[in-house]
Design a binder for this molecule. Sequence first.
Ligand SMILES: [Zn+2]
Length: 73
Amino acid sequence: MSGYPRPTQLTLHVEREAVDGRCGGCGGSGLERYPVLSEGGWFTVVKCPRCLASAARERWSRLGPIELLADTL
Ligand SMILES: [Zn+2]
């Protein structure tokens, strides 16, 4: 059993999610997806945990984790 605790306050803690894939930089397998806040708003990125090469990047919700949690309930 697993679940997300309900967010009661905004924190900088984010969950890193393991995703399948092969890094185009170092060739290793196993990538991580996690949200990042940039000047353009929230993005989710898929990066190699070893060499930090970006495999994917896509726009996320403007409010980041709070809105995502609501959307996935
Ligand atoms: Zn890599």
